[in-house]
Design a protein around this ligand. Structure first.
Ligand SMILES: [Zn+2]
Length: 500
């Protein structure tokens, strides 16, 4: 197939992390077999090459979303005002035991939005229920069909979802049931994963990762099992840690044997190391950050969902000072309502101001580095993905510099981070294959797909309405547990703009 094998992106301004990030120079990019073969002026090609004219375009490494869940994309726009633990009561049932048609559609919805926003790789930490081969095949086929790169990691956990809630025992039995009081056995889940690695070997646009849901949802045996699988198959690991203040309390109360720390628990079960990425870390302490940095473990920040779900603000300046390697994510579609690395990068730069009024970083080009090279590192793809250099995987986006976001055009890095809304993304290349060209998705029939989603939503919304009705009497109990968390002083404040 000519379009996936030999391609020349001609005459664009090619963004180079190590070059002039404000006014990148013009160059051609030669792509062969999904890899960047050369970057330079006036590269010669033969008739076998497809050519994309990138004159007046900014060519940027494809953005990577290092934290995402495709299981709730159809819930976009259904929520606001709910803190995380409340929101889980609604999103968890809407992602579980759905039809295969719906699972395909929700996978494509998120992938489509991602591509149109310049994201060429999603790290899908999928809550796949039921956790079986048929559903795995549906999801992976959808990703293959639309052509986005995926770091796929179906989540595993052998303690029930209720374990995520601090003060779980104070909730009435029926509210405990709403969260879920059962979990699959460890061995069944790890065997499933290992079997899938063999059925769908990592190649092309598919990569695997391990995703123990969260330390507090896993027995030590499960975490040790994940560490062993990660080592055996050379895979990265992602897990949710310290998203909310309640989770910091869970660490102190339930994991006293591990220094009252979920990081300590991960260390004691063999997971703390260069493969590990913890997601969120809003409520991480300074000694824990330093421990993470010393272990070369990473943190994936998700400011958008942390704010929308009232979890707090991750301590960007402290994390930078501690030297932790960082990535950026967009998180759930119903927890941020948008898959936009542009918004995630902007938040990363802006929110430092809540703790640091002095002039100084983080700067726009650093945010771009996190969203490309940093996020590639989280997936174990350092040196292969995230830059436009010979030998790197050919994932890139073309930004239309005629868009008003670049009128006038003063800085590529700053205008990508602070001004770009996604509107300028004109063409997207993944693995050397143009999957969007001049704003048209080339891999699926987008209009037909919109009609399909609209049809599926009639049933989906009816189910959602039933879930909402069933949750009503849980809310006062949730509020009581939530307030107990907030009334407990743990020596950290992740909300700084309130004086009382
Ligand atoms: Zn998450």
């Amino acid at each position: 197939m000519a379009d996936s094998k030999r391609l020349l992106v001609r005459g664009g301004q090619v963004y180079d992390h190590d070059g002039d990030v404000h006014r990148p120079g013009v160059a051609d990019i030669l792509i062969e077999g999904g890899t960047i073969a050369a970057v330079g002026a006036h590269l010669a090609v033969d008739g076998e090459h497809d050519v994309i004219d990138a004159f007046g375009r900014l060519v940027v490494p494809g953005l990577i979303n290092a934290h995402y869940h495709s299981h709730d994309t159809l819930c976009r726009g259904l929520f606001e005002e709910l803190p995380l633990e409340f929101w889980l009561l609604y999103t968890m049932p809407m992602g579980a035991n759905r039809s295969k048609e719906e699972v395909r559609a929700r996978t494509l919805v998120g992938a489509l939005e991602s591509l149109r926003c310049g994201i060429t790789t999603v790290q899908d930490m999928l809550g796949l229920i039921p956790l079986n081969e048929d559903y795995t095949d549906v999801v992976l086929k959808a990703y293959r069909d639309i052509g986005i790169r995926v770091v796929f990691s179906p989540m595993v956990a052998d303690l029930p979802p209720l374990a995520m809630v601090r003060g779980q025992d104070s909730l009435p039995a029926e509210v405990q049931e709403m969260f879920g009081t059962k979990a699959l056995p460890m061995r069944e889940q790890l065997d499933y994963l290992e079997h899938q690695f063999k059925r769908h070997p990592a190649a092309g646009t598919l990569h695997w990762a391990l995703a123990p849901f969260a330390p507090q949802r896993c027995t030590p045996q499960m975490l040790e099992g994940c560490a062993a699988l990660a080592h055996k198959h050379d895979l990265p690991v992602y897990t949710h840690v310290y998203e909310t203040k309640g989770q910091a309390l869970i660490g102190r109360e339930r994991y006293a044997d591990h220094g009252g720390s979920l990081i300590g628990y991960l260390a004691d079960t063999g997971l703390l190391g260069p493969r590990l990425n913890i997601v969120h870390s809003v409520w991480i302490s300074r000694p824990e950050m330093e421990r993470m940095a010393a272990a070369d473990a990473g943190i994936v920040l998700n400011h958008l969902s942390n704010l929308k779900l009232k979890s707090g603000i991750a301590p960007v300046c402290d994390l930078r000072d501690a030297g932790v390697r960082l990535g950026l994510g967009c998180d759930n579609c119903s927890g941020t309502d948008v898959q936009s690395a542009f918004q995630a990068m902007k938040m990363f730069c802006l929110l430092a101001a809540v703790s640091e009024p002095e002039p100084g970083p983080p700067l726009a080009h650093e945010a771009i580095r996190h969203a490309t090279l940093g996020n590639a590192r989280t997936a174990g793809l350092a040196g292969r993905l995230g830059a436009l250099k010979p030998g790197y995987i050919a994932d890139m986006i073309l930004i239309d510099l005629d868009d008003v976001a670049y009128v006038p055009y003063n800085s590529a890095a700053r205008q990508l981070v602070y001004t770009e809304a996604g509107r300028g993304v004109e063409s997207v290349i993944v693995d050397g294959r143009p999957v969007m060209r001049e704003r048209k998705i080339t891999t699926i029939d987008e209009d037909a797909f919109r009609r399909e989603v609209a049809g599926l939503m009639r049933h989906f919304i009816a189910d959602y309405d039933a879930v909402v009705a069933s949750r009503k009497h849980a809310l006062p109990h949730m509020l009581a547990a939530h307030r107990k968390v907030w009334q407990t002083d743990i020596g950290m404040n992740r909300f700084v703009n309130r004086t009382r």
